[in-house]
Design a binder for this molecule. Structure first.
Ligand code: SAM
Length: 386
């Protein structure tokens, strides 16, 4: 999914895209060694690398919690949860990672993150961990929901030292994790490239893909954009970009009021489900909920159009999906997907079903009014393009 729609024309970084796991561990070891050497130098009175990262950011950004120096009206999205001082420390770390490992262009926040090296990604992930674990007041009983902004008195105020130490620890645990190695042997010559894009508009040539592995959102109204607010904020994206992303996200609970999305609902199971929602007596069934499900099915159909376009003839697709409920009405999403895919020339070869004992719906106390079991079936559909 695209986190970078606002910057499609942004200058490309020279860093090579890479997911070279075999090469990454030695590189990391080298980096960690130099970090360790930096630490011991620091103890002898010279700055260590993390301190350098921070101080380089501070050079231009003393106590400044602003994000975009060319657009001073825009405030740093981190200020939604952190005091200005703590936000400035996190931002200076982010800027330093960016300048050292992605692009020397200092103004690049939000920066070009669509083509970054594994090394830069490593440090970004460490910073994501640091940020996420300081957001206790912004979390709720719903693990997928992070509050947009919290009252000033509740904002986290970790000190610079605490954040630097947490950043170092996060690097350590990440490198331990990477050092454990992959349980699956990786082909040494494997060449991987990560690209961003919405499933409804893939930046890939037609008839070019051999295998598709995908798991679309399950039509359970999870706001995936809200769930990654801290990471988006580190990358410099705030409410404005989140709103754009929500429009691109399949199954997002915010659906436009005005118009119906183009596309068709070419699944009998989906149409029957929509009719059940429309006639349901509960509040907002015929308004918001009908619009939500209708938009979901249309976007799903548009995504399947794209998969058909990019797949070669005979290509295989593994699609993971789960059933769910609206009130007491069951939505058999694997079946919807099978019917929609069949309309687009795919043949279902096999379906593997796995019972799920407890789903996210169980955390909503209101859901108990409509049913008492919160089990679901997760399915893997194996299809081929005829
Ligand atoms: C059910 S989750 C899949 C999770 C995945 N199976 C996993 O275990 O992490 C759906 C994912 O699809 C992403 N998504 C939502 N809309 C999308 C779109 N239009 N294009 C691409 N990805 C999208 C969400 O952000 C979310 O990460």
């Amino acid at each position: 999914m695209s986190y970078s729609t606002a910057r499609c024309g942004a200058k490309k970084s020279k860093a090579r895209p890479s997911v070279e796991w075999n090469g990454l561990v030695p590189v990391l070891c080298g980096v960690l060694d130099s970090l360790r050497r930096g630490c011991s130098r620091h103890r002898r009175g010279r700055p260590n690398q993390s301190a350098c990262l921070g101080s380089m950011g501070r050079r231009r950004n003393n106590s400044c919690p602003r994000l975009d120096e060319e657009n001073p009206g825009r405030s740093d999205p981190l200020l939604a949860w952190f005091t200005p001082r703590s936000s400035a420390v996190l931002r200076s770390l982010q800027r330093s990672i960016h300048r050292l490992l992605v692009s020397p262009d200092e103004a690049a926040v939000p920066g070009p993150i669509d083509r970054i090296s594994s090394l830069a990604a490593f440090f970004y992930v460490a910073l994501f961990l640091v940020t996420r674990t300081r957001l206790r007041s912004a979390t709720t009983s719903n693990p997928t929901w992070i509050k947009g902004a919290i009252p000033i008195t509740k904002r986290a105020r970790p000190s610079k030292e605490t954040l630097y130490e947490a950043f170092r620890k996060a690097q350590g645990s990440l490198s331990t994790f990477l050092g454990m190695g992959s349980p699956v042997p990786l082909a040494p010559e494997a060449d991987a490239c990560v690209m961003h894009g919405s499933s409804t508009s893939l930046n890939l040539p037609s008839d070019s893909v051999d295998v598709i592995i995908t798991s679309p959102p399950y039509c359970t109204r999870i706001d995936y954009v809200a769930s990654v607010r801290p990471e988006l904020a580190i990358l410099g994206y705030g409410d404005r970009e989140a709103k754009l992303l929500r429009h691109l996200s399949l199954g997002n609970p915010t659906v436009p009021r005005e118009s119906r999305l183009p596309g068709k609902v070419d699944s009998k199971t989906a149409r029957t489900f929509l009719a059940d929602v429309l006639s349901h007596p509960s509040k907002a069934s015929e308004t918001y909920y009908l619009r939500y499900f209708d938009t979901y099915f249309r976007m799903l159909g548009n995504s399947l159009n794209e998969l058909r376009r990019v797949a070669k003839q005979g290509a295989a697709a593994f699609v993971v999906a789960q059933d769910s409920y609206y009130k007491e009405v069951r939505l058999d999403l694997p079946r919807v997907l099978t019917e929609m895919a069949r309309e687009r020339g795919w043949k279902l070869n096999r379906q593997f079903d796995f019972p799920v004992d407890r789903t996210m719906a169980a955390i909503n106390p209101l859901a108990r009014k409509h049913r008492d079991s919160f089990r679901a079936i997760e399915s893997v559909l194996l299809m081929t393009k005829a």
